[in-house]
Design a protein around this ligand. Structure first.
Ligand code: FES
Ligand SMILES: [Fe+2]
Length: 432
């Protein structure tokens, strides 16, 4: 059981708090590259700070204070120019380094004044990688945006999915090291909701946890499996400090503030060999709703929606003084201890876990990946249907199981990429 102070230390993300400072040592995904191509400004709230992300006409990404330093107008209503973001209130122009480039009436009234050199806007670094835009809110020098191995894979259909979840980020990240929940929150609960008869899902016989350079690995043995299966030999990743990596997808739990979290999912589906080569010009993105507007209840139909229900159910900030932890929570306990130590280390001026500064190393950061050979080399359609069945997550998916509300155009693009028949068309029936 934790004290109130420990609970606060794990959950508060504002500047100057130990966890807020720890999180500011890492790049956070905040938008999709294609999103800014569709609309060049986006309001972003990150780690309790209100900001505006933009892409100017020269292609520079900026992340600046939401409020104009002149008289505080909301810059998410500004417009981008060749260089910088123009405030819609009196036309002051700001660039991505925080400089004021133009002050129209001041320049007319006092052509010789250097007023604009004396005002700056708060600005942060932005980089693109893997179809995502990443922000760094920490002190210089910024580390490198990790080139996680899946970002280098070819012949995959990638999609990015956002959801805003109204609870603290850390209870979401605790789920990244909680293998047993899968059996109950996903398998058995889905069965209970659909009133499925017959076999229940295989139960967990054994779980294991181990720290590695970029986080923790968790392993499991399910009924019918052994220590020879990849769920045990390879395992899955709780990626430092705020991500789950399953092999085929990432889920970042990005802290908006103490009470809200932006879930950023990055999903890779390998196309069957007969559909190669496959290349995406643009990685699609969409936002998944989390509440059913008719019933005003959380949506429970998809895997990550089920996770969201568990997390918001713990309260806006889970009260860890009231818990009763058991054997299934060993990983959660290890992770809490480690992240509090890391936060202390940052307070003392040290570098926390998993920060990458070596460009050579960052050409491709390898992670434990169940079915790596499949993701890299693919497989034939027949193999996809059969030999991959033993390992959860490797099946050729006909529908997107993780989040509700996939737009029809993304679904159609996925089916084309995979060589699946158009919905409603029976693959065996003759064409025409
Ligand atoms: S408030 Fe932005 S230019 Fe005046
Ligand atoms: Fe889950």
């Amino acid at each position: 059981m934790l004290s109130q102070d420990q609970n606060r230390a794990l959950t508060e993300v504002g500047a100057g708090t130990p966890m807020g400072e720890l999180l500011r040592r890492y790049w956070m995904p905040v938008a999709a590259v294609a999103e800014l191509d569709d609309h060049p400004t986006k309001p972003v709230r990150l780690l309790g700070e209100d900001l505006v992300l933009y892409k100017d006409e020269a292609g520079n990404y900026g992340l600046v204070d939401r409020h104009c330093p002149h008289r505080r107008a909301d810059l998410s209503y500004g417009w981008v120019e060749q260089r910088g973001l123009r405030c819609h209130y009196h036309g002051w122009l700001w660039d991505h380094t925080g400089r004021c480039l133009r002050q129209p009436f001041e320049e007319t009234a006092h052509p010789d004044s250097r007023f604009k050199d004396r005002v700056r806007i708060k600005s942060y670094a932005v980089e693109s990688k893997g179809g995502l835009l990443w922000a760094y809110l920490g002190p210089p020098p910024a580390p490198l945006v990790p080139t996680w191995e899946p970002f280098t894979w070819q012949n995959g259909f990638v999609q990015i999915v956002f959801s805003e979840v109204p609870c603290n980020w850390f209870q979401c990240q605790e789920n990244s090291i909680d293998p047993v929940h899968f059996e109950w929150l996903h398998s058995n609960w889905s069965r209970a909701m659909s009133r499925a008869d017959g076999d229940r899902s295989p139960t967990h016989l054994k779980i294991g946890f181990e720290e590695f350079e970029y986080g923790f690995i968790y392993r499991r043995i399910l009924e019918g499996q052994s220590e020879q299966d990849e769920l045990w030999t390879v395992g899955r990743c709780c990626l430092w400090p705020n991500c789950l990596f399953t092999g085929g997808h990432f889920e970042w739990r990005v802290p908006i503030d103490d009470a809200n979290m932006l879930s950023v999912g990055w999903f890779f589906d390998r196309v069957p060999n007969d559909m190669e080569p496959f290349k995406q010009d643009r990685i699609p993105y969409w936002t998944s709703p989390i509440k059913d507007s008719l019933t005003d209840r959380w949506i429970t139909s998809h895997v990550m929606n089920q996770d969201f229900v568990a997390w918001v159910g713990q309260g806006t900030v889970a009260d860890r003084t009231q818990e009763h932890l058991g054997e299934s929570d060993r990983g959660v306990i290890m992770m809490r201890r480690r992240i509090l130590e890391d936060a202390e280390r940052v307070v003392r001026g040290g570098e926390p876990k998993g920060v990458i500064r070596d460009p050579e190393k960052n050409r491709c950061i390898r992670l434990p990946i169940i079915g790596r050979d499949f993701f890299v080399n693919g497989s034939s359609r027949v193999e996809s249907e059969t030999s991959r069945q033993r390992t959860p997550g490797l099946l050729l998916r006909k529908e997107f199981p993780f989040l509700t509300g996939q737009p029809e155009e993304v679904r159609a693009a996925y089916r084309r990429a995979m060589g699946l028949p158009e919905p409603g068309v029976d693959a065996r029936s003759p064409a025409g």
